[in-house]
Each structure stands twice: as structure tokens, then as C-alpha cells.
Design a protein around this ligand. Structure first.
Ligand SMILES: Nc1nc2c(ncn2[C@@H]2O[C@H](COP(=O)(O)OP(=O)(O)OP(=O)(O)O)[C@@H](O)[C@H]2O)c(=O)[nH]1
Ligand SMILES: [Mg+2]
Length: 291
């Protein structure tokens, strides 16, 4: 099972983002708070060069708050300001404007000293598919403005969306692709719904998810599926869940496909509570081992 990364798409997206870079003062890099590493584009630093940026950990409502704090510190250590937001409910919107001002203060003070009239900060949102770019644009604009999906040709008539008096946003976000050639990254993207299930074997995805829950959130796993201890053999776990929930085929045999769909659905609909699938320490130890 290999998940393909599409170099053609990537090159095009990269070109589009690069073209728009010169129009803006700051990049809002949107990532999924549940997978702040895996939902980043691997070449983002190279693409945006030295352009100031603000990392937005979106869908923070679905992520483990304690781990979100760890991620904010992780980015701070790299000199990058990061904020936890919930675009769906509109939480953290004011902080975005405030943080942008702080990040760009020196630049704007310099311009002011040269006699340039103060103007709104110009920003562009970039992020992987399904991370919440359109939802954020609509929230900031306070109306439904962002087109859903990718509309070719819109770059010709560049629109700016006013966010109060102080911020202007490009109406078309930059879509960048995640690195889903890496198996583990691919699984995290699939569990959180960033890539289609059909790209992966669902049972593999569930084995991965159950192992993850056992490791990081064992109490929630045991409580949800009413077990004292997690069986060592994952097949036993599938059998147990299937019997508990009646995911059976004719003859009373556990239907592993049904069990798989059930578990994934329960994770995505937050039946296990808010979950974060990676911590900064995971990433740092993975990087050390490849050095
Ligand atoms: N719980 C939660 N859901 C969110 C949040 N932001 C966006 N969503 C949901 O995530 C899904 C994808 O959001 P979109 O705004 O369409 O994502 P996008 O990045 O524009 O996706 P593409 O246009 O496909 O690249 C939608 O179902 C949103 O309602 C958030 O902060 N919290
Ligand atoms: Mg969109």
C-alpha cells in the first residue's frame, strides 16, 4: 500500500503561492491542531522564504488542549508565533489581527518613519486541503464569501477581503499539499479526514488508530469499549468491538469492515473526546533518528 504524492499538483500550487507572495505582508499558515506536523506542507519554509508568518492551529476544538499548548511552545522555540483557533465557531479571530500587528510592527513603524501612509496589513491563507481555509476566510469576512473548491482562473481578478480596518485578506487561499508519501503521515491525514479513506486500507487505518489510542489515551479506549485491559492481539480487539456493537455478518461472524467503519466514525465524531495524534516530542525524536 503506497499513498501517492502528486508532484504535478504540488508544482502548480507552489507556483501559484509564489506568485501571490509579493502581494502580501504576512502568510497565515493554517494547520490541523490534531496533526500540526503532518498537516504542514514539507516545503513550506522554502516556498514562503523570509515572509513573516503566523501559524494557525485550526480545529483546536477537536484537539487535546494540553498538547496544543506544547505545539504553541514548539513553534515559539523556532521563533514562530502560533495560535489555537476554531474557525467554525469563530474563536480566536481577534487574536489573529492582534498577532499580525505584533509580527509586522517593526516593518510598519519603519514605513511610517519614512512617511508612508498607514495601510491595512495584507495577508494570504495557505494550507492543505480540508484544513479549514474557506471556513476561516468566511469567518474573518463575517459573510460567506470564499468559494469552495478550487476555481481556476480567479487569480486574474484578485479580490481583497476587508477584515475590519486593519487587515485585508486575499480571497483565494493557497492550497499546498501534505507529504503523504510517508506512511505514518498518510495515516494521520486519513484519520483526521484530510485525505480520502479510499486511498488507504481502512483496516490498516483502524489498527493504527487503536494502537494510538491504547498508547496515548488508554482510559478512553477501555471505557468506550468496556474492557478492563486492551487485548494484546488486535484481532481480539476487533472481535470484541464487533460483538459489543453487533457488527456481524450472517452466521454471527464479526464483520471487520463494519468494525473498521465504526471505529473511524467514532474517532472523527469525537466519541473519544478531543484527540491529538502527534506531539512535538514525537517529531523531534523521529528527526533525530534519521540524522
Ligand atoms: N470542528 C471544526 N471544524 C472545522 C473548523 N474549521 C473548519 N472546519 C470544518 O472542516 C471542513 C473543511 O473546511 P473548509 O473550510 O472547506 O476547508 P478548506 O481548507 O477550504 O478545504 P479545500 O477547499 O478543500 O482545500 C468543513 O466541514 C468545516 O466545517 C474548526 O475550527 N473546527
Ligand atoms: Mg476551500
Amino acid at each position: 500500500m503506497t499513498i501517492q504524492w502528486f508532484p504535478g499538483h504540488m508544482a502548480k500550487a507552489r507556483r501559484e503561492v509564489t506568485e501571490k507572495l509579493k502581494l502580501v505582508d504576512i502568510i497565515f499558515e493554517l494547520v490541523d491542531a490534531r496533526i500540526p506536523y503532518s498537516s504542514r506542507n514539507p516545503m513550506i519554509d522554502e516556498i514562503i522564504q523570509h515572509k513573516p508568518r503566523l501559524v494557525l492551529l485550526n480545529k483546536a476544538d477537536m484537539a487535546d488542549k494540553e498538547v496544543t499548548r506544547e505545539w504553541i511552545s514548539y513553534f515559539a522555540e523556532k521563533g514562530i508565533k502560533a495560535l489555537a483557533i476554531n474557525s467554525q465557531a469563530g474563536e480566536g479571530m481577534k487574536d489573529i489581527v492582534k498577532a499580525s500587528h505584533e509580527i509586522l510592527k517593526e516593518k510598519f513603524d519603519r514605513l511610517k518613519a519614512k512617511g508612508v501612509k498607514p495601510r491595512a496589513i495584507r495577508a494570504m491563507i495557505v494550507g492543505i486541503p480540508n484544513v479549514g481555509k474557506s471556513t476561516l476566510i468566511n469567518r474573518l469576512a463575517k459573510k460567506n464569501i470564499a468559494k469552495t473548491g478550487n476555481t481556476p482562473g480567479v487569480t486574474k481578478s484578485q479580490q481583497w477581503i476587508k477584515v475590519g480596518k486593519e487587515l485585508e485578506l486575499l480571497d483565494t487561499p493557497g492550497i499546498l499539499w501534505p507529504k503523504f508519501e510517508d506512511q505514518e503521515v498518510g495515516k494521520k491525514l486519513a484519520v483526521t479526514g484530510a485525505i480520502k479513506d479510499t486511498l488507504l486500507n481502512l483496516q490498516d487505518l483502524v489498527v493504527f488508530s487503536l494502537k494510538f489510542l491504547e498508547e496515548r489515551y488508554p482510559e478512553r479506549l477501555k471505557e468506550r469499549y468496556k474492557i478492563e485491559s486492551v487485548p494484546e492481539n488486535v484481532v481480539e480487539m476487533f472481535d470484541h468491538i464487533g460483538e459489543l456493537r453487533g457488527s456481524l455478518r450472517a452466521g454471527g461472524i464479526v464483520d471487520y469492515d463494519k468494525v473498521s467503519e465504526l471505529v473511524i466514525r467514532e474517532i472523527r465524531t469525537e466519541k473519544f473526546g478531543p484527540l491529538t495524534f502527534e506531539r512535538p516530542s514525537d517529531i523531534m525524536s523521529a528527526q533525530e533518528s534519521t540524522n
